[in-house]
Design a protein around this ligand. Structure first.
Ligand SMILES: C[S@@+](CC[C@H](N)C(=O)[O-])C[C@H]1O[C@@H](n2cnc3c(N)ncnc32)[C@H](O)[C@@H]1O
Length: 357
């Protein structure tokens, strides 16, 4: 097996087809920090190669993973292994790791989320145990507090080895949450909202902000996945859409359907949540959401922005700026191209700094 331990790059996992946007984003962030570098894109991932020796450390120190939009996961590449043999892939991988670090917090065997890499899922599961054993034999201790080791399979005989700080990376394998479509949900869109709330809110915020008695307005609600999710948690929902809601929702005492245009609907009183999944041009949605936040019609917002065909990162940056300007100083804004998103991103904004109680 060939090991290239000089590989000093940042590996970023992303949705296939959005590699150039992911590369544009990381290059932009690096440029803001005066870290020169270049990108190589694969199918479902990007490698950012800083041109300076300390560029990678500086990038990982200065950029919070939660502030990135297109990457689902990231890690610093410590080695690239080629020519792995099917009879024993684990031992040479463990040897390459042992040459760089002596303890890890967790092991993740992963691959890109592309059609061509999906067949590697079985191999990744199969290799987890043997790699863990081989690491132990090499004296690499696995205990809490260490970096996460990522074995990113490129093919059956090639892998990138990377390390991430668990406090500054996604906790999910491959950056993908394993969520099941709940029985009774009117659409799979429910998973988009569930992923967003799992990602953007902490446990305390979920408990405080998603409970009976809270109110939500859901613009572009039909067939009703998002409204259903909120109603299940006991919130009262104004669902706005000219299209029909699922019959179970039309009958729900927690959901009130308004057959009207989401751009002209305003609630009588302030609500806790604005949800918006209308299929519309993203600058219109960003401006509408900013108006809701500025005029304090809602405390929190989860908004889906459909991506344009070209220059997506530049468009995202501009739309996020519109939303940021609408928030008070104590507010918070985050956005991510979620696993359950298609060619779109989901934005979370809150005017509250802490749970109210
Ligand atoms: C992607 S679907 C929403 C799916 C929904 N979030 C769910 O979980 O089932 C988009 C919806 O936006 C609605 N829509 C588009 N433009 C709208 C507008 N101007 N006002 C209200 N609804 C609109 C469409 O009728 C469509 O039902």
């Amino acid at each position: 097996m060939n090991v290239n331990a000089d590989t000093r790059a940042c590996l970023l996992y992303c949705r296939p087809g959005l590699e150039n946007d992911c590369a544009a984003e990381v290059s932009d962030r690096a440029n803001d920090l005066d870290i020169p570098g270049w990108c190589r894109t694969g199918n479902g991932y990007v490698e950012f190669h800083p041109s300076t020796p300390d560029g990678l450390t500086e990038l990982a120190r200065a950029v919070r993973f939660t502030t990135l939009v297109f990457p689902r996961q990231w890690c610093g590449v410590i080695a690239r292994c080629d020519d792995l043999t099917p009879s024993d892939r684990a031992s040479p991988l463990a040897a390459a790791v042992a040459g760089v670090c002596s303890h890890i917090g967790a092991l993740r065997v992963e691959h890109a989320d592309s059609m061509e890499a999906r067949p590697l899922a079985r191999l990744a599961r199969k290799l987890h145990g043997p790699i863990a054993n081989a690491l132990a034999r090499r004296g690499v201790v696995q205990d809490a507090g260490g970096p996460t080791l990522h074995v990113f399979l490129l093919t059956g005989d090639q892998a990138l080895l990377g390390l991430s700080d668990p406090a500054n990376a996604s906790p999910w394998i491959g950056g993908i949450p394993r969520l099941r479509a709940p029985a009774g949900a009117p659409s799979r869109s429910t998973l988009k909202l569930e992923e967003a709330l799992a990602l953007f809110l902490n446990e305390r915020e979920r408990t405080a902000w998603l409970r009976p008695g809270r109110r939500a307005v859901d613009l572009g609600a039909a067939p009703g996945g998002w409204s259903w999710f909120m109603a299940q948690r006991g919130l009262q929902v104004d669902a706005v859409d000219n299209a029909c809601l699922a019959a179970t929702l039309e009958a729900s005492p927690r959901v009130h359907h308004h057959r009207t245009d989401g751009f002209t609907f305003w609630p009588r009183q302030r609500v806790d949540w604005l949800l918006c999944d209308m299929v519309e041009r993203p600058h219109r949605i960003a401006q509408l959401s900013a108006d809701w936040l500025k005029t304090v019609y809602c405390r929190h917002a989860v908004v889906n922005l459909k991506l344009p065909m070209k220059k997506r990162w530049q468009a995202v940056r501009d739309h996020l700026e519109v939303l940021r300007e609408a928030l008070p100083l104590c507010g918070r804004l985050a956005a991510r191209q979620l696993y359950h998103d298609r060619e779109e991103i989901t934005v979370f904004a809150t005017t509250a700094s802490l749970p109210r109680d």
